[in-house]
Design a binder for this molecule. Structure first.
Ligand SMILES: Cc1cc2nc3c(=O)[nH]c(=O)nc-3n(C[C@H](O)[C@H](O)[C@H](O)COP(=O)(O)OP(=O)(O)OC[C@H]3O[C@@H](n4cnc5c(N)ncnc54)[C@H](O)[C@@H]3O)c2cc1C
Length: 458
């Protein structure tokens, strides 16, 4: 839509054949989107995503609100232990509007179909690249679909998500392997959705994401008085995989004092499980030179992470916005375009990827240590030490809380905030006075007992 508005001829090829349903309800209940494995997994639109939409496609934000999207201000999650509750200039940036993924995609999909001159071809599965050379570098000149149909283009945008096969296709077409880093983030998610019986969403008595020893709890508000509750664990934790059973899942949420009331609604799904979620980063340049031109990977196809911070859609939208700018400035010169796209991606997307991966590794290491009866490892790097101090300061200090929120909402990476020595000094001071946090749920022995008791009862 952004490129079309800049006057380009744009063809969107989407492998899933089903057209966009008429309503959010139908999208939630019936839309088959096998191209997006996580389609019915929990999704929350961070404020960065809302800001990009507001800047570029404001009609989508209002249509989402009309479809029952929830206007949500995460500042309301400020814990009562923070004394300074004065609003600050810029607080509006935290606000968002969010919905279940099928509802959000239905709204965006309908807007795209209404976009004058934008060609959307559903049911066209791209199978391979058509290549030539440009200035001595392999150059993508188009794509071929399963049907054999060919599409020539000045630029091919890979928006095929986390399962994009672009590197394999490039190699099959004779290109050198591109740089790829990939690791299983090591988490398994167990989610259940609810709808309120009397309107509204439950009160937040804890942050959206809470670590509770060997598991974490995620409570995401959604559209039309719905919400999701997710428990996630380390994939190596076999005893906790019994959380797939709705009774055990319910028993564990019920045992978490600040979360039990999120069960107070009508369940609208069973327990949805998802594992094998990969952290993956791709780079199409080496030593400052593009390895291929004529193609740009965007969103998850370029970098994707474990989703517990709920950043993927927002970062994807931000990345799309940048791509539009780079195309506007460089479409005539494929090499310049590839260089500018690599630069923009490294400056704006990669820092978020690195931050997320570091957080994932630390959390998995913590879960694994606790599972084996060990205490959490002391922070080994300066950034881990700073992060620990910040987390200790968040429940006591308005600045620390906002800094943390700005990272969660994809507004400012922590690395940037923690580069300020005065702020760092401040959080260490606050952290040293902070009491140890209260446990968010049962300890390991209690969790295992609880899951075993249910087996005995069954
Ligand atoms: C469990 C889970 C929970 C998540 N929760 C959140 C959250 O709370 N908040 C958030 O912001 N993000 C979340 N994410 C991340 C978010 O889902 C992704 O970041 C986002 O969908 C990426 O968008 P995308 O357009 O890059 O790719 P996708 O949404 O994956 O879209 C890729 C599209 O390409 C199509 N396609 C694929 N191959 C082909 C082909 N060969 N030919 C034609 N079409 C093709 C697919 O059908 C699909 O429509 C979550 C992810 C997971 C796994």
């Amino acid at each position: 839509m952004l490129l079309r508005r800049d006057g380009h001829e744009v063809t969107v090829l989407e492998r899933d054949p089903e057209s966009v349903p008429r309503s959010g309800d139908r999208a939630w209940e019936r839309w088959t989107r096998s191209g997006v494995t996580q389609f019915r997994q929990p999704h929350f639109l961070q404020s960065r995503g809302r800001i990009v939409l507001e800047e570029e496609l404001p009609g989508v934000v209002s249509a989402l609100a009309q479809a029952g999207g929830l206007r949500f201000d995460p500042l309301r999650l400020m814990p009562p232990s923070i004394v300074d509750r004065e609003p600050r200039s810029g607080d509006m940036r935290f606000q968002t509007v969010t919905a279940r993924r099928p509802v959000l995609e239905q709204v965006l999909g309908r807007a795209a179909h209404a976009e004058p001159g934008l060609e959307i071809r559903r049911g066209v599965c791209v199978r391979e690249l058509m290549m030539t050379a440009y200035d001595g570098t392999p150059h993508v000149r188009g794509v071929r679909a399963d049907s054999g149909e060919q599409f020539e283009a000045d630029l091919v945008v890979d928006a095929m998500g986390r399962r994009s096969q672009l590197p394999r296709w490039l190699e099959e077409a004779g290109s050198r392997p591109i740089h790829e880093e990939s690791e299983d983030s090591g988490f398994i998610y167990y989610t259940r959705y609810f709808r309120s019986r009397n309107g509204g969403i439950p009160e937040f008595r804890a942050p959206i994401l809470t670590s509770a020893g060997t598991f974490s709890i995620l409570t995401l508000p959604g559209d039309n008085d719905t919400w999701s509750v997710t428990l996630y664990i380390s994939a190596g934790d076999t005893p906790l995989k019994r959380l797939r059973d709705p009774d055990r899942w319910t028993a564990l949420v019920a045992a978490c004092p600040a979360h039990a009331h999120w069960l107070d609604g009508e369940p609208i799904t069973g327990v949805l499980a998802m594992g094998g979620v990969t952290d993956r980063y791709r780079r199409f340049s080496s030593d400052g030179r593009p390895m291929v031109t004529g193609v740009a990977a965007v969103g998850d196809a370029c970098a994707c992470t474990n989703p517990s911070n709920g950043r993927g859609m927002s970062l994807g939208l931000m990345h799309v916005q940048r791509l539009r700018d780079v195309i506007g400035a460089h479409l005539e010169n494929p090499r310049e375009l590839a260089e500018a796209w690599d630069e923009a991606t490294e400056a704006e997307l990669t820092p978020w990827y690195r931050e997320n991966v570091a957080e994932d590794r630390a959390r998995i290491a913590e879960m694994e240590a606790l599972r084996h009866g060990l205490g959490p490892e002391p922070p080994r790097t300066r950034s881990a030490l700073l992060r620990r101090a910040l987390l200790a300061a968040v429940p006591r200090d308005a600045d620390a809380f906002r800094a943390f929120l700005a990272s969660r909402c994809c507004l400012t990476p922590l690395r940037e905030t923690l580069a300020n020595p005065e702020f760092v000094e401040h959080i260490f001071r606050v952290a040293s006075d902070s009491p140890a946090p209260r446990p968010a749920g049962p300890n390991r022995v209690q969790v295992l007992d609880l899951l075993d008791d249910l087996r005995a009862a069954a």
